[in-house]
Design a protein around this ligand. Sequence first.
Ligand code: ARG
Ligand code: ZN
Ligand code: CA
Length: 249
Amino acid sequence: VDEVATINVVVHVLYRTTQENISDAQIQSQIDVLNEDFRKLNADAGNVPSMFAGLASDVKLQFKLATITPTGAPTNGITRKSSTKTSWGTNDAMKKASAGGTDPWDTKRYLNIWVCNIGGGILGYAQFPGGSAATDGVVVGPQYFGRVGYLSAPFDKGRTATHEVGHYLNLRHIWGDASCGNDYVADTPTQQTSNGGCPTFPKPTCNNSSDMFMNYMDYTNDACMNMFSVGQKDRMRALFVAGGVREAL
Ligand code: ARG
Ligand code: ZN
Ligand code: CA
């Protein structure tokens, strides 16, 4: 199937400082970025080099803040909780009320996104499909979430959540987390390692014509990433078949 599918999102904000308690507008700006990036409506789609332009894909997924809670009550799709924690780490404590965090909403029906300071310079992390339901979802630091409000350049255009939702939908890093590694996507050129900053095109490695360093699953700056490939789209959408791992409305 190739219809546009909608994913309901709940954002759980965990904050110590008032800055970390990001605004509804900042959260909505992240939803807007996801809707642009996963529909190839991003303003920088024209920056894809011509070598890769034919591979840039409309993934046909859209995102919407939940309007109904798991128990049927109206909601704006945002939960907020104050905490005394300065950083949460990557052990999933933010996903557990018993550890001071917020329990996920039914992970079959909602994409859960926790916004909290992870620490250690980590922008975000995600769980691949097929893992424990209790920890399913995406975590992003408040200053890397959305594109208006409390932000930290050069990760201030909402691409961390685009990248993490890519992982949530089964995408590996484009370099396969190894030297000339495998990302299980045929149309992304094999590349030696991660790219950072904003490289100059072309950048050949591993006998390719250029790394696809402008792909959301590389490590380049937010302003320098602008595409998912057709192969990545197929890999993500394979999750939404009947009885698949991910469900959409
Ligand atoms: N380090 C994170 C991860 O591997 C996110 C990287 C996001 N990159 C960006 N340009 N915002 O999941
Ligand atoms: Zn990643
Ligand atoms: Ca590949």
